[in-house]
Design a protein around this ligand. Sequence first.
Ligand code: AHR
Length: 495
Amino acid sequence: FQASLKLHPAFTVGPVSRQVFGGFVEHLGRHIYGGIYEPGHPTAGPDGFRRDVVDLVRELGISHVRYPGGNFVSAYDWEDGIGPVDQRPRRLDPAWHSIETNEVGLHEFADWADLVGSELMLGTNLGTGGTRETLHLLEYANIPSGTTRSDARRENGREEPLDVRLWCLGNELDGDWQIGSKTAEEYGRLAAVTARAMRAIDQDLKLAACGSSWRGMPTFGVWERTVLEHAFDQIDYISCHAYYHEVDGDVASFLASGADMDAFIESVVHTIEHVRAVKRSDRRIDISFDEWNIWYQAGQTLELDSWPIAPRLLEDQYSVTDAVVLGGLLISLLKHADRVTAANLAQLVNVIAPIMTEPGGPAWRQTTFFPFATTSRLATGTALRGVLDAPEVSTAKFGDVPSVDAVATLDGDRAAVFVLNRSIDDTAQFTIDIASLGIDGTIRAQGIWDEDRHAKNTLDQPERVTLRENTKISRENGTITIELPPVSWTCITIG
Ligand code: AHR
């Protein structure tokens, strides 16, 4: 089938924020212990961090990393994770029904973030904790010296402040599974007073309040509105979380996940603007898409008759289709670059992750690694939406959606176009009109597709799926023509 995209520099959405390429590391399963941290592993440094994993995280291109949760943070006492390691307590983690040994805490994780070249985004405990614990953590992390807590940080090995700019005010507190869950009124007020007090300590913070845990929550919309009514003047972001997966072989709906993400983002933007209008405010609130990914949640139940250390939890193995959908979700985020200015792929290693590890053995890239790493590297400058013309496909879950989705970025004399072909059987003859962009230079197309859309990378076959070169591309004057295989994600670069 035929589809086309017309690009023009005037079709600007907004600057691409580097912070859209955040990651997320939670104390969950084998993410920390046996994932990023494995003393004794052949590649581990004296700090216990696996260097093979560090290299892959660097290659993935993560701007910042959200830590330490997730559900975990809502019962976590950050002070358990500081001071001499051999004196740290072992605690029950009720969120994931595990034992937390606290071998890795704030200092170790900050060292790891330095190793991978990422900024920290700290989550605070507003479940069992509150304003007090949050202020103590902020003082410990960001005040240079001269108070008991800031001096304790120096004695614990960090002379300079951690200088954490990005903060999440709790996690998914609308969900009844969350330890210390709250009503929107309770949480909105707590977020507002905590944010106000944090700014009394450090005025230069970016604060994200919890939006709904997902768009399907019964309180979705009302939760956002209520939280914003309380906290509008104190926060910078309201969060969104979304996980998608293929259900009962309904691949058409799965491939349309980005259309659902579009609608989710747009409805939260409308809610922000509604509250802004009622408040007659000039303040700008953006979306931090704090958690997004593919996650096959069915059948993943916790073992409740034991308390293991670092059990194998949420270790999804991703297929080619999953990678294509993930590329589509990135397209959705970039199409909303004006309002989604921070986001975190949830998560990074072993737990619903683009990177997998085996104890004592190798680390490898899942299929989803490739669209993320490519987009993180090449989506720079300004996001352009373009005029898209493509036939629609019907989906059971999301109605009719365009068979092709696309977004472009323009950065000086270079452009990149990210495209999804949602058709299950048909190749798209896709033309891109770049005449108005005024750029020239080499064109190249790389992407993810496969004759077997279920193919995965595993311990036995870690390189079964990788980025492929699409040679069915040509340019004549200002028009690029490319064949997009069915169920494919492609990145075309110009210049
Ligand atoms: O990312 C896994 C979990 O998903 C997080 O802990 C929680 O915030 C969300 O429900």
